[in-house]
Design a protein around this ligand. Structure first.
Ligand code: NAD
Length: 481
């Protein structure tokens, strides 16, 4: 069933059934390209959450006892369904989140690959046999931690949920996931692939609701054994503190404010093109988005000129329209944040080289923006912009650049451009970040870990490390009588 806008009716998925919330309470879903309400998302009651927790408890028992080959086959079947449905999933994602259709469809395809990768990797979650006393078998086993409570945001409506679901299910855990109330239909479309692939009831449960109520209820529940969150640093701190109070491990994938250091020996034009492309992807709403451009003073003007050209070449529009390369911001909060951060930087002396304002049309559109002369105390230099703002700051020597780069509490991604291998290694060693790219702005891939240091969180998603959060280690000493 779809609405007049071609947007599907959204339901929660609890204990193998699609359902509305107990009280029938809903929240509106807004198309960020038109500001029109396109649908409603059901909100869970505590009783709905308890049903999901009971289902996850039963689902965990079923799933951990399902032979690994069968588990892998179901996960591969879900990935195949998602690949088949990628075009439709992409269309729904663009409607509710705004990103260009090609980006949205690409995301749907990519996350199917993520699922395949984790499903296969879990087949190699080996334990070990340790040499021991004669007659004693000393082993180390890795077991699924148990039911997981996961919370994911709206910027990657497929990528966010799939990172949690694929790792949890591959490890043999069950999961109750609260996807974003602003992008619920993409999450529901992913869950439908698992349901249609034959995943046993209760293994995967999808809920929506008032975020603070849902997270408090799920984290407190004795059934939940791991808290996995992607989102902002302030909310991450709240959830990690709550998890700590009930002594549960947590995985925190939080925000960043990625520095880009462009050295004197780098090609300023090539660096500007590559950095600008990464900056405006998903309208800058990416936790690893490059967001502070530190450029050696000798090439700062050449870099800025090319960056401005690249920003002005971005085609901003409705993500469903042919040729659009940047959609609207996903919600009004981001639009207001762009206006606030820009006004603050200008009030402190920054110069707008291009953009700087919302577009004069309905929808949460903000122009790709380049600023120079942004002082160190501007909010934009400390607060994750999560939008299409690019402050360019000149530096004179590398130590100064490193000091500026490391001057925030964030430590997620960092980028460096240089033709010197020695300089690259110095930067890689000196940058406080969990994800580094040299001479390009590499995106995340299934086979390698992503995650932060400092206030950007802890734990890793992607790569073999992803399983670490979802498995517990058990030492077994067996005297063979
Ligand atoms: P926010 O911090 O209110 O929410 C971020 C996400 O957390 C949302 O999905 C929200 O539903 C959820 N959330 C909020 N409070 C929660 C709670 N008590 N329990 C469980 N979930 C909760 O802010 P926002 O306006 O949605 O996004 C703004 C900022 O969040 C951005 O500026 C960015 O810094 C950060 N963010 C980071 C990522 C990331 O991938 N690391 C993704 C989205 C947003």
């Amino acid at each position: 069933m779809t609405t007049d806008h071609g947007y599907p009716a959204v339901r929660m998925y609890i204990a193998g059934e699609w359902c509305q919330g107990g009280t029938g309470r809903t929240a509106p879903i807004v198309d960020p390209a038109t500001e029109e309400v396109i649908g409603e998302v059901p909100l869970a009651t505590p009783a709905d959450l308890d049903r999901a927790l009971d289902a996850a408890t039963d689902g965990f028992r079923t799933w951990r006892e399902t032979p690994i080959a069968r588990r892998t086959a179901i996960l591969h079947a879900a990935a195949d369904l998602l690949t088949e449905r990628a075009a439709e999933v992409g269309r729904v994602m663009t409607l509710e989140q705004g990103k260009p259709l090609a980006e949205a469809t690409g995301e749907a395809r990519r996350v199917a690959d993520t699922l395949r990768w984790h499903a296969d990797d879990a087949r190699r979650a080996y334990g070990r046999i340790i040499p021991s006393e004669p007659g004693t078998l000393l082993t180390v086993r890795r077991e699924p931690v148990g039911p997981v409570a996961a919370f994911v945001p709206w910027n990657f409506p497929a990528g966010g949920p799939m990172r949690k679901i694929s790792s949890a299910l591959s490890a043999g855990c069950s999961i109750v996931i609260k996807a974003s109330e602003e992008t619920p239909a993409t999450a529901a479309a992913l869950v439908a692939c698992f349901a249609d692939a034959g995943l046993p009831a209760g293994v995967l449960n999808l809920v929506f609701g008032e975020p603070a109520e849902v997270s408090a209820h799920l984290i407190d529940a004795p059934a939940v054994r791991l808290v996995a969150f992607t989102g902002s640093v302030p909310v991450g701190k709240l959830l990690a503190a709550h998890a700590g109070r009930v002594m549960k491990p947590s995985l925190m994938e939080l925000g960043g404010h990625a520095p880009v250091i462009v050295c004197a020996d780098a090609d300023p034009v090539r660096a500007a093109r590559r950095a600008a492309q990464a900056k405006f992807a998903n309208a800058g709403q990416v936790c690893t988005s490059p967001s502070r451009f530190l450029v050696h003073e000798s090439i700062a003007e050449a870099f800025t000129a090319e960056f401005v050209r690249a920003a002005e070449a971005v085609v901003v529009g409705d993500g469903l329209a042919e040729g659009t390369t940047m959609g609207p911001l996903a919600n009004e909060r981001r639009l207001k944040a762009m206006e606030r951060l820009t006004a603050d930087a200008v009030a402190r002396g920054a110069k707008i080289r291009t953009g700087g304002e919302r577009l004069d049309r309905p929808g949460y559109f903000f122009a790709p923006t380049v600023l120079t002369g942004v002082p160190a105390d501007a909010e934009l230099m400390h607060e994750e912009p999560f939008g299409p703002l690019a402050p360019i700051v000149p530096f004179t020597d590398l130590d100064e650049a490193l000091a500026i780069a490391n001057a925030t509490p964030y430590g997620l991604a960092a980028y460096a451009f240089t033709e010197s291998a020695a300089t690259a290694e110095r930067l890689v060693a000196g940058l406080e970040a969990g994800i580094l790219s040299v001479n390009h702005c590499g995106g995340s891939v299934s086979e390698a870990p992503s995650g932060g240091v400092k206030e950007s969180g802890y734990g890793r998603e992607g790569g073999p490390e992803a399983l670490d959060s979802y498995l517990v280690t058990k030492r077994v000493s067996h005297l063979l009588v």
